[in-house]
Unconditional design. Structure first.
Length: 67
């Protein structure tokens, strides 16, 4: 969120990210985890560790813009 505000993707009232934003993302993540756990989908992905590493790198680079 701070990176998006810094890059003018959106703005928050009074410059504060509201708690409901975080709670909304928590609800979305929780629902996705439930679906992943209960739906019969293929869970083995040999590229997953690399995808996580790329995402971590991406967000670390983004966070360095704000600091």
């Amino acid at each position: 969120e701070p990176v998006a505000v810094f890059l003018n993707f959106w703005q928050w009232e009074a410059g504060q990210i509201p708690l409901q934003n975080y709670l909304g993302w928590l609800a979305v993540a929780w629902l996705m985890q439930l679906l992943f756990f209960y739906l019969p989908i293929h869970r083995k992905n040999s590229l997953a560790p690399y995808m996580v590493a790329v995402q971590w790198t991406f967000f670390l680079l983004l966070s360095s813009i704000v600091v």
